[in-house]
Design a binder for this molecule. Structure first.
Ligand SMILES: Cc1cc2nc3c(=O)[nH]c(=O)nc-3n(C[C@H](O)[C@H](O)[C@H](O)COP(=O)(O)OP(=O)(O)OC[C@H]3O[C@@H](n4cnc5c(N)ncnc54)[C@H](O)[C@@H]3O)c2cc1C
Length: 421
């Protein structure tokens, strides 16, 4: 038996820049994320998972690398990455630490949705000017102070699935809003500086309406904000997704991350915005595949250098993994490439199919990798079992859970607008 392999060579890109015709910005950002992920995130990932603790050190380093402002428009001091550039970059991060990639996504959405995405939405000039002024308040905190934003939407009812108004409410009072309600599964709870909540503006006794959804950045230190509940889940343990409770929390007008009505317009006209949870799992799919290949070649650091690649059954399993990975990459790349305002019905169906494929295949590839590598490969000293557990979580994430994707694809493929039976 040879010595344990320890040296780590630089990983190849998930999406080859030439083959996938990446833009210069995408090439630079993905290279940076890959190098940073392999060098900084990968060695720390086991700790956050074991402790179910938040990767605070990673956020400090990501701020230094300029990654917290990746989707802040360039003219406002950020990197100016658009939707696809962000997705490709986040996939590279997800390869090395799923929990960091997933929580980074929550943070980045507070800048992507309020930045590039809102440029495609309709607002009158005065509203747009005020929106730009307000978002700068948030962007400055991120760029200057390394402020971290989270994205707690889920409430345990139908709202996060887009089927009802959010039960968390904001009532207008002098100088701002009074927020009341509860969010479940709030990744970064107790660790974000601002919670970017979706809530419903309450007009007197009127029934709550999705059209009145507000997107507010609530300071974590505001009186009335509490973090509650345990956090000891199967996977994505470093996300620390505990419950958040808001009791008569006052937030000033400038807390608004979007003008009233704009989130409803975004969700209706820019549905690919809900795909931003997928890059993490695209990265995990690649990581599971890569682990398996390294392991069978006897090149996985931390394991004896025993080759297992000569067995035909293992070759077939690797081929199956590769087929699934290529299918996932191709469909996902197409969907993130055509993301934009007012997509066609075909494009939305493709986005839902891509979401379903990434979330399900990431776990299917990890499952196959464990079976193929064998018992020694699923020890906690190696990353594969963590990748397996983390990858199981993707299909559960609203609003586009794997079930809801199938639900919509089936219905929308069979019915045109207005048709009933
Ligand atoms: C690791 C992790 C991190 C998370 N981080 C965040 C976060 O930062 N912010 C956040 O807002 N949420 C977050 N979530 C929550 C996530 O998006 C879901 O809201 C949560 O997992 C749903 O919980 P549930 O399965 O109990 O939901 P339920 O509402 O009980 O739904 C169960 C299932 O029923 C189906 N279903 C739900 N509603 C409908 C409907 N109207 N029609 C048909 N089928 C439906 C769905 O497939 C769903 O999976 C996180 C979840 C995980 C696992």
């Amino acid at each position: 038996m040879d010595a344990l392999p320890t040296a780590t060579t630089a990983d190849a890109p998930i999406f080859d820049p030439v083959a996938f015709r990446l833009t210069p910005q995408e090439v630079a950002l993905t290279a940076k994320a890959r190098e940073f992920g392999q060098r900084v995130l990968a060695p720390r990932a086991a700790r956050w998972d074991r402790e179910a603790s938040f990767p605070t050190d990673n956020y400090r380093d990501m701020h230094a690398e300029g990654l917290l402002g990746v989707c802040i428009p360039a003219e406002e001091g950020g990197v100016g990455a658009g939707f696809r550039a962000y997705c490709l970059t986040a996939a590279e991060i997800g390869r090395y630490c799923g929990a960091t990639a997933l929580t980074w996504n929550m943070h980045v959405c507070s800048t992507l949705w309020t930045g590039a995405l809102t440029e495609d939405l309709e607002m009158d000039e005065a509203t747009r000017a005020e929106h730009r002024r307000r978002r700068r308040v948030h962007y400055d905190r991120i760029l200057r102070d390394g402020a971290v934003y989270s994205q707690p939407f889920s409430e345990g009812g139908a709202a996060a699935a887009g089927a009802a108004a959010f039960g968390t409410t904001a009532r207008r009072v002098e100088g701002g809003f009074l927020v009341n309600g509860q969010k479940i599964f709030a990744s970064l709870a107790g660790h974000a500086d601002y919670y970017g909540i979706l809530c419903t503006e309450q007009h007197g006794e009127e029934k709550l309406s999705r059209r009145d959804t507000l997107y507010l950045g609530v300071p974590a230190t505001a009186p009335g904000v509490t973090v509650e509940g345990e956090w000891d889940p199967l996977g994505m343990r470093g996300t620390v997704s505990r419950n958040l409770v808001f009791r008569d929390v006052f937030v000033p007008e400038d807390a608004a991350l979007m003008p009233p009505g704009l989130y409803f317009q975004a969700a209706s006209r820019w549905p690919h915005m809900f795909m931003t949870l997928t890059p993490t799992y695209m990265g995990l799919a690649q990581a599971a595949h890569d682990f398996c290949v390294r392991y069978l070649r006897g090149e996985q650091p931390g394991t004896p250098s025993v080759k297992r690649r000569m067995y035909p059954t293992k070759q077939i399993a690797v081929a199956q993994m590769r087929v699934m990975l290529e299918q996932t990459k191709a469909l996902w790349f197409q969907a993130i490439t055509e993301a934009g305002p007012d997509p066609t019905k075909e494009q939305v169906l493709r986005a839902l199919a891509a979401q379903h494929t990434v979330m399900e295949n990431a776990n299917a590839i990890a499952t196959l990798a464990i079976r193929t590598c064998g018992g020694q490969a699923m020890l906690k000293s190696l990353p594969l079992e963590r990748i397996y557990r983390d990858s199981r979580c993707g299909s559960l994430m609203l609003p586009w859970t794997a079930e809801l994707c199938l639900d919509r694809i089936g219905r929308d493929a069979l019915y045109e607008k207005g048709e009933t039976d």
